[in-house]
Design a protein. Sequence first.
Length: 448
Amino acid sequence: MMAADSRLALAALFGVGLSIFLIVRGRLHPFVALLCGAFIIGPLSGLSLPDTAKAVQKGVGDVLGGIGLVVALGLALGTMLQLSDGASGLARMMIGPAERRRAPWMSLLVALVLGLPLFFETGLVLLLPIVASAAVALPSSKDRDFIKLRLMLSALTGLSVIHALVPPHPGPLLAVTTLNANLGLTIFYGVLVAAPTAIVAGPLLSLLTARGVVLAPTPTLPGVNGVHSTQTWRALLVVLLPVLLIGAGQVEVLLPPSIAVHFTWLSLASNPVLALLLACLVALPLLFGARMGKAEVQQAIWQETMKPAGAILLAIGTGGALKQVLVSAGLSDLLARLAAAGSLSPIVLAWSIAVAIRLATGSATVATITAAGIMPGVVAASGVAPEWIVLAIGAGSVFFSHVNDPGFWLVKSYLGTSTPATFRTWSVLETVVSIMGFATVLVLSRFL
């Protein structure tokens, strides 16, 4: 058993390290490098080549089936908002001039509020194009990339913190159910933990991490001929529509079963894919008016949407493949056994398990499911309030996003950063969210 476990750990380290080397030093596209890593880890860890290939296919299918259409529809919606000038109008209204000191704080606040009912990926594809538009009017200068990156990192912080710590997001909600925690108390404690975590990991941290980072030039999309600048209220309605539809679906979860049965109709349009599809259909007449059916308008929208879609979807799909090979090889089970064999505080143990599995598999969901699944006995024996265990797991599940996390490549593409710069900004951001969230849980759990 020890020999097999050592072989598995070494295979994982070598495969992930090889992927990073091929991307950073070999200049290979992540799509190719991550596939190489996946097919190296499988046989080295003891999986047969056919089983490795099945794991790769499952990983790609799971990720693209889950968020592929969300990304594509989000890109379409963002393109429509930019072509119609709606994105810049929203940025001016919600964030204000990008050079003002309050702009990163407003970016964080908008993400925290709008991110409440949204999956992380949905919030990202909806908000980042709008946030980036706030910096478009800035004159070209050495500080332009710094200001723009601070705005986007602050928005990402809000989305990440809410996603990890505040139900009814899927991860925390799953842990609440598994550990029989009180949902209302978990939400209350989650907000208390999320507030200081977001402040430190967002606007304050970005003062350091965004300095000196050069962003890839993002071509400004030209407006479509004959289409006047969209009124801001129309663009706001387009952005809020999927938020409201998805949020309405969460109402049923929060209500007692006896009452929720009367509100099942609210969840009909709460699926992120359907919500974004409806938003795209509504956006066409609202943003383009009578010209929405013109060939040149449709061509401009979909041509600009499809350009980045291929590279983004291939990168996040192969990130999912690498993650699934690690899971299929048994790495998450190995880490759970090792963590459970120690004698640590339940809160420290829950966070440590989630961190280890997150690092190994790249999946916050896998980390949450595994950690929550092995903690009920520990919680019952220790008497610690399960709400704090839920939050410790949530904080651990986002630790140091790297190449085996599909979200790493999605964020990289939207930020316009190089792979090393994405480590410096996004990976550090996630690590600070995790450590700050964990530290806050430890402190508050002693007093509440």
